[in-house]
Design a protein around this ligand. Structure first.
Ligand code: SF4
Ligand code: SF4
Length: 547
C-alpha cells in the first residue's frame, strides 16, 4: 500500500503530464487474489532477515551535486543551528514500510512496491526485509526512544507478511500506538478481529475514485475497488476504526467531493485524508497535476472541510502550504509549533523506516541517515547530518527560504527532492510569493489554549500541522503544540480520567492535558473526571476517533 496508504502524485516543472513508462502498466488486468482469513500471501516467504552489517549510511550530499541532503555550508554547526530547547527529542510518528511485496501495483507508489521494480536508483536497490526478530528489536528500540509513539505499519501491503500479527502484538505490548496502513483488499472479519486482538488501534484504506474501473486501473488490479469497499464495510461491522485515504491526481480531480461524500455516507468513515502525490518512487513517473490545479484542489478541500465540519475529519496530507489557503480565507494558523516545526513534519517529529531498516525523515524521501541493521535509531534521529540538517528551516532554498510562513509550512521536502534533487530546495508546487502575508496579523495571532481534541485524537496520521488542516483547522487559533517531554499535570485526575487520557497518542497528550486542565480551571474544578472529559468532548466540533 505504499502511497497513501501513505500516499501521494507527481508533477513536472512545466506542469505538463508525463506518461508513465511502458512497464508501469504491468499487472493490469491481473485477477485479484481471493480473500482468505490468513495473513501472509503466497509470496509471503520472508526473505533472509539477519542483522548483518551492510553499507553504511548515505554520504551527505552537496547542493551542487546530484544528491540533495543539505550541503555542508548550509548545515554547519553555527549556521541555522537548531533553536535552543529539546523540541525534537524524539519522533512522535514512525511510518514503517515492512515489505516491498504488494497485491496491487499502484501507479504512484513511492516505494515502488509490488511487481517488478521500475526505479533503478541506488536508494531502491536493496529490497530485503527485516526478519521477525529484527522487527522485534526495532520495535523495542522505538519503544525505548519514543515511548507510545504512533507507529504506522505499512508497505507494500503489510498484511502480506506472515508475521504481521506478531509484529502488531509486539508493538502493542511495548505500548506503541500501532496502526496498519493497508490497501484493504485482504481484510476479512476474522483478520479484522485478529488485528484488533493483537493490539492494532486502527487501519487506513485507500480509495482513489468512485468509478471502480478507474480505481482499478490506477491500482493496476481488477477488483481492487470492490475489495477495498468491502474491507471498509467489514471494519465498520467489526468495530475496528479506519480512515479513508485518497490521492489527488488527474484520475479524480473532478470528483474529490463526491469521494468524500462516499466515504462519509456509504463507508461511514470518520476521517478522510486527501494526499498529494510526491514524485518519488513510481510517483516520479506520474506527472499529472500542475501547481495551479494543486491550488484548486486545496480550495475545494477547504470547502469540503466546511461541509463536513463536526461530522467527518477532513485532512490535507503532505500539503504543508495548505496554510496559504487558510490565510487566503482569512483564517489564522490553527496551531503554533515549538521550534518552528509546523507544516512538513519530516525529521522534526516524523521518521520513516524502509523494509531493510534504512531510516529516513519521511517515507517519501529516498534519502537515508543510516540503517537500523548497524546503527541505533536514537543516534540517527539525534546526531545524523540528514536529520539535524532537515530541521533547519532557515537553510531552506529559494522561496521556501525567503518565506514568512516557513515555520508553519516548510514546503514538502520529499517533493523538492523528487523534482530538483535537493531536499532543501523550494517546494516547486507552491505558488506562494514570499512576503504576501508578511504583515498579516493572522500569522502572529496565537490564542490561549482551548480544550479541543488534538487532531490525532480524532484521526491518526502524521502529526497535526497547519498543512494537515483537519476540519478543526478552520477554528480560531488555540493550540500551541510543543514537541518534547509531556507536561506534568497541575490538577488532580481521577483514575478513570487518567486512564482515558492514556488512549490519546503520547505526542499530543501533553497538549490535551494542558487544554483540559485549563478548561477545568475556568470552570472552577480542582479534579478532572470522566464526566468532565465527556462534557468537554461534547463541545468538540468533530467526531471522536479514539479515546
Ligand atoms: S514558499 Fe515554501 S514555505 Fe512558503 S508557503 Fe510555499 S511551500 Fe510553504
Ligand atoms: S516531506 Fe513532509 S510534506 Fe512531504 S511527504 Fe514527507 S512529511 Fe509530507
Amino acid at each position: 500500500m505504499a502511497q497513501p496508504d501513505r500516499l501521494p502524485s507527481s508533477y513536472s516543472h512545466d506542469g505538463g503530464a508525463r506518461s508513465a513508462p511502458a512497464g508501469a502498466a504491468r499487472g493490469e488486468g491481473v485477477p485479484l487474489q481471493t480473500k482468505s482469513d490468513g495473513v501472509g500471501g503466497s509470496a509471503g516467504a520472508q526473505p533472509p532477515g539477519d542483522m548483518s552489517e551492510r553499507a553504511a549510511a548515505s554520504e551527505p550530499r552537496e547542493r551542487s551535486g546530484d544528491h540533495g541532503v543539505p550541503a555542508s555550508e548550509r548545515v554547519g554547526a553555527s549556521a541555522g543551528a537548531q533553536p535552543p530547547g529539546l523540541e525534537f527529542v524524539r519522533p512522535y510518528v514512525v511510518s514503517w514500510n515492512l515489505t516491498y511485496r504488494c497485491n496491487l501495483a499502484c501507479e504512484h507508489c513511492y516505494l515502488d512496491a509490488g511487481g517488478t521494480p521500475l526505479v533503478g536508483t541506488e536508494s531502491f536497490a536493496d529490497r530485503s526485509e527485516l526478519g521477525t526478530d529484527e522487527c522485534f528489536r526495532v520495535i523495542d528500540e522505538i519503544a525505548a526512544f519514543a515511548p507510545e509513539c504512533l507507529t504506522i505499519l505499512t508497505g507494500g501491503e503489510p498484511l502480506l507478511r506472515r508475521d504481521i500479527l506478531e509484529i502488531v502484538r509486539r508493538a502493542a505490548e511495548r505500548e506503541l500506538w500501532v496502526v496498519v496502513g493497508t490497501n484493504g483488499v485482504r481484510i476479512t472479519e476474522n483478520l479484522s478481529r485478529r488485528l484488533a486482538e493483537a493490539g492494532a488501534r486502527g487501519l487506513s484504506l485507500s480509495l482513489d475514485a468512485l468509478d471502480p474501473d478507474r480505481h482499478d486501473r490506477f491500482r493496476k488490479v481488477r477488483g481492487a475497488w470492490r475489495n477495498t469497499v468491502e474491507g471498509a464495510e467489514i471494519l465498520d461491522r467489526t468495530g475496528l476504526p479506519f480512515i479513508v485515504q485518497t490521492t489527488a491526481g488527474s484520475h479524480n480531480l473532478g470528483e474529490l467531493e463526491a469521494i468524500a461524500d462516499f466515504a462519509h455516507d456509504r463507508l461511514a468513515a470518520r476521517v478522510w485524508n486527501l494526499y498529494f502525490l510526491v514524485p518519488t518512487g513510481r510517483g516520479q513517473f506520474v506527472s499529472d497535476v500542475t501547481p495551479a490545479q494543486y491550488d484548486e484542489v486545496l480550495a475545494s478541500l477547504y470547502r469540503i472541510q466546511r461541509k463536513y465540519d463536526g461530522r467527518m475529519l477532513v485532512n490535507a496530507k503532505c500539503a504543508p502550504h495548505y496554510i496559504k489557503t487558510m490565510l487566503e480565507n482569512g483564517l489564522p494558523p490553527a496551531r503554533t509549533y515549538s521550534g518552528g516545526a509546523g507544516g512538513c513534519p519530516a525529521g522534526t517529529h516524523y521518521m520513516g523506516i524502509r523494509p531493510n531498516g534504512d531510516v529516513t525523515p519521511c517515507p517519501y524521501l529516498p534519502v537515508f541517515a543510516g540503517t537500523l541493521r548497524s546503527a541505533s535509531l536514537a543516534d540517527l534521529w539525534t546526531s545524523s547530518e540528514l536529520f539535524t540538517g532537515i530541521r533547519r528551516r532557515t537553510q531552506l532554498g529559494g522561496r521556501c527560504g525567503a518565506c514568512e510562513m516557513n515555520g508553519h509550512c516548510g514546503g514538502c521536502r520529499a517533493r523538492a527532492y523528487g523534482m530538483t534533487g535537493d531536499l532543501m530546495a523550494e517546494d516547486p508546487l507552491c505558488t506562494h510569493t514570499p512576503g504576501t502575508f508578511a504583515a498579516s496579523p493572522l500569522l502572529t495571532r496565537v490564542g490561549a489554549p482551548e480544550a479541543r481534541p488534538a487532531e490525532s485524537e480524532r484521526g491518526y496520521g502524521v502529526p497535526a500541522s497547519d498543512g494537515d488542516g483537519g476540519s478543526g483547522g478552520a477554528k480560531p487559533p488555540g493550540l500551541t503544540i510543543e514537541y518534547g517531554p509531556e507536561s506534568p499535570t497541575t490538577i488532580a485526575w481521577d483514575d478513570a480520567a487518567a486512564a482515558r487520557m492514556k488512549k490519546i497518542p503520547a505526542f499530543v497528550r501533553g497538549m490535551v492535558v494542558r487544554a483540559v486542565e485549563e478548561s477545568c480551571r475556568k470552570s472552577g474544578l480542582d479534579l478532572v473526571t470522566v464526566e468532565e472529559l465527556d462534557r468537554i468532548r461534547s463541545r468538540m466540533p468533530t467526531p471522536k476517533m479514539f479515546g
